[in-house]
Design a protein around this ligand. Structure first.
Ligand code: SF4
Length: 346
């Protein structure tokens, strides 16, 4: 099947999805979300279901979680238009609740047919409902970052699944951000291995025999294949991040982040796909957060000075020295103070 034939076939499925009434989810949707991406990609991301932003725009992963997904892709040198992105269910569950088993079953035919057309080498599962489709019985906490052969009954005849958390999970549990970075960093090598296995088995997609190039919509053959050939892994700082031994340091992502601090390119202030709290752009540097004392200590309003007619006692000299030091400290610009013994790092 040529890329044009794939694109046309995917378009026909999308048209069916937009008018589908096979399950109760069609009643509450604004727009169905069939999925989108490059018709000749070998990597398909499968999430859970549309969130509020997706429901309004009819596109997958366009909220804050989508911004994080794009950022994670950027870390390995890929763009979202080089892969295909879709969900287990194509219509938004009310209130972003979990999709019901019968809803997943009703919608499974669309996903199966998309995978039959795309014939991916790698399916990246995002979240537990996608994981349950491609790795039945697996738990996301113990399976993320691992790879398993996909049952051809899913529509992917010769593929492996790479399990990952849903990006929105990082908004609820900040340390999962590092886990997502580490798991995504493995994707180029997973694709190389899967592609090599398909070539060895004679299952390579039409026109791709050595994994060297992949035509892009603009006519070029760069980026995806070249990124895979020379994976853009972040530098390994040898840091044990969030319980992921050996995980690469997040060189480009902001450093220590608060629970709701999220970076999503172009989506500051947007809500996560699954309806989580509104998020804001994270800090711009890796500076540790410090518990600083007040920047200026007020001088005492009045001081009992000793009688001028006599020499001061040693205790009085010590008190005067402390008062003079406090006054000097208050007059010193904040950036020039030695506060290292007053900081509380966390
Ligand atoms: S979720 Fe899937 S099966 Fe249900 S109405 Fe939407 S497209 Fe149809």
């Amino acid at each position: 099947m040529t890329p044009e034939e794939r694109s046309a076939a995917l378009g026909r499925i999308a048209d069916e999805v937009r008018t589908c009434t096979a399950c109760r989810l069609h009643r509450g949707r604004t727009r169905a979300v069939p999925g989108e991406g490059h018709p000749d990609t070998e990597v398909v991301f499968v999430g859970e279901g549309p969130g509020q932003n997706e429901d309004q725009q009819g596109r997958p992963f366009v909220g804050a979680a989508g911004g994080l997904l794009e950022e994670l892709l950027g870390r390995i040198g890929w763009r979202r238009d080089e892969v295909f992105i879709t969900n287990v269910v194509k219509c938004r569950p009310p209130g972003n609740r979990d999709p019901e088993p019968d809803e997943i079953a009703a919608c499974s035919g669309f996903l199966r047919r998309q995978l039959e057309i795309l014939d991916p080498a790698v399916i990246v599962t995002l979240g537990r409902f996608s994981l349950g489709t491609f790795m039945p019985g697996a738990k996301i906490s113990s399976t993320h970052g691992t790879v398993r052969a996909v049952d051809p009954a899913t529509g992917a005849s010769s593929a492996v699944a790479l399990a990952m958390y849903h990006p929105a999970a990082a908004f609820r549990q900040a340390n999962l951000r590092d886990t997502l970075v580490a798991d995504m960093a493995n994707l180029p090598q997973v694709l190389l291995d899967a592609r090599a296995a398909r070539v060895a088995a004679g299952d390579a997609k039409d026109g791709v025999e050595d994994g060297a190039t992949r035509p892009m919509e603009d006519g070029s053959t760069e980026s995806q294949a070249s990124a895979v050939a020379t994976p853009h892994r972040p530098p390994d700082a040898g840091t044990d991040l969030a319980g992921s031994p050996g995980a690469p340091a997040p060189a480009a992502l902001p450093g220590p982040v608060a629970e709701t601090a999220v970076v999503g390119p172009g989506t500051p202030g947007a809500s996560p796909d699954t309806g989580g709290p509104a998020v804001s752009e994270g800090p711009a540097t890796d500076e540790p957060t410090v518990d600083r004392p007040p920047q200026s200590d007020p001088l005492p309003e009045s001081v009992d000075l000793p009688e001028p007619a006599r020499l001061p006692e040693p205790e009085e000299i010590e008190a005067l020295t402390e008062i003079a030091a406090a006054a000097a400290d208050a007059a010193t610009p904040p950036g020039e103070r030695d506060e290292t013994d007053q900081m509380t790092l966390f």
